[in-house]
Design a protein around this ligand. Structure first.
Ligand code: DAH
Length: 342
């Protein structure tokens, strides 16, 4: 009996050394110490022993039980340490890695798409693409463009003034980049300047405080109205197809003389008159003209030697026409339900 108990203890110790898995350890323990396990089977035989022997064997059995429990506890400790180490090996994550798959890819804003198309067209015609500040000086936005402080043209381009920055305005158009371009690069000059503009508007479906324009200016010796018409026609053809016609009608802008209001035949009805063009057959999309001598002077260019033309497209308007968008406010809303359609 004694021998049998000693053997039991030894068997457990031998087996427990070979098992590393926690479930298997648990199973091994109940195989030895469980209610129907090996130790209780041995103990059942104790019933036939005499009193004195029973006491000795009982103590031995307790000792065996304790040893098995200790060996088990030790093995469990070792097993969980090992499993933590292997988890760290096999399940580590790179926290600096972008969350693959969980971040859907976006796409370019419709204004950006049309802007890039026009930039490609103009660069193919040798124009440089310039940038200018959105917070612009009053001087560049108005005065240098032949709109002195008391000029009524300032009223129709009311904008936002930034506290603590006297003499600056959120630019009301991209035209100030004409002056910046002339000053920085001199003549001859062929440039466009796309960008955001701002006005203090009572917003509605056609008016927004933030919108986009593309400015253009060409200055060289002998530049004429015909050059201007040629370039604007090329733009119209690229936007709406070869059959598109343009119409230039006189309009006052302080920075050009003569100035024109530019229209293209409606691409939807090809000039017959429809809902889009309000039955007129024409879509108004740009302003243009021959650069005013005062503006050339402000740009550091001699108006007696050089001449030029300038134009300003309503980029936001082009996008609205292209996609049939009936409310300008969608474009700056950041509403994904709207943006996902483009
Ligand atoms: N800056 C004008 C506006 O915002 C648009 C414009 C008209 C630009 C005529 C020009 C131009 O360069 O020649 O209404």
């Amino acid at each position: 009996m004694k021998k049998r108990l000693e053997q039991l203890k030894q068997d457990f110790i031998d087996l427990v050394g070979k098992v590393t898995d926690r479930d298997a350890l648990e199973a091994l323990k109940s195989e030895f110490l469980g209610r129907h396990g090996k130790l209780s089977a041995a103990m059942k035989e104790m019933a036939g022993l005499v009193e004195s022997e029973r006491k000795v064997i009982g103590e031995l059995a307790n000792d065996v039980k304790k040893t098995i429990e200790e060996a088990y506890g030790e093995a469990v400790g070792k097993a969980s340490k090992a499993s933590r180490a292997s988890m760290a090996q096999s399940e580590w994550i790179d926290v600096t890695q972008p969350a693959l798959g969980s971040m859907p890819r976006g796409h370019l804003h419709p204004v950006t798409q049309v802007r890039e198309d026009l930039e490609n067209l103009f660069t193919s015609m040798g124009f440089a693409v310039l940038d200018g500040p959105e917070l612009e000086s009053d001087y560049y936005n108005f005065t240098a463009l032949n709109i002195p402080p008391t000029h009524p043209a300032r009223d129709i381009q009311d904008t936002f003034y930034v506290a603590g920055h006297p003499g600056t305005v959120m630019r009301t158009h991209t035209s100030p980049v004409q002056i910046r371009g002339m000053r920085e690069f001199g003549v001859p000059l062929r440039m466009i300047a796309p960008g955001r503009c701002f006005r203090n508007e009572a917003t509605d479906v056609r008016h927004e405080h933030t919108f986009h324009q593309i400015e253009g200016v060409v200055v060289d010796r002998g530049i004429s109205f015909a050059h201007m018409k040629g370039v604007l026609e090329a733009v119209a053809h690229s936007l709406y197809g070869k059959d598109t016609k343009i119409r230039l009608r006189p309009k006052f802008y302080p920075f050009v003389e003569p100035g024109v209001n530019g229209e293209v035949t409606c691409y939807l009805c090809t000039g017959k008159g429809c809902r889009l063009c309000k039955k007129s057959g024409w879509l108004e999309i740009f302003g243009a003209g021959m650069v005013h001598p005062n503006v050339l002077k402000e740009g550091g260019v001699d108006p007696d030697v050089y001449s030029g033309f300038a134009f300003g497209f309503g980029l936001t308007r082009l996008v609205m026409l292209k996609y049939g968008i009936d409310d300008i406010r969608h474009l700056e809303s950041g509403d994904l339900r709207f943006l996902k359609q483009f």
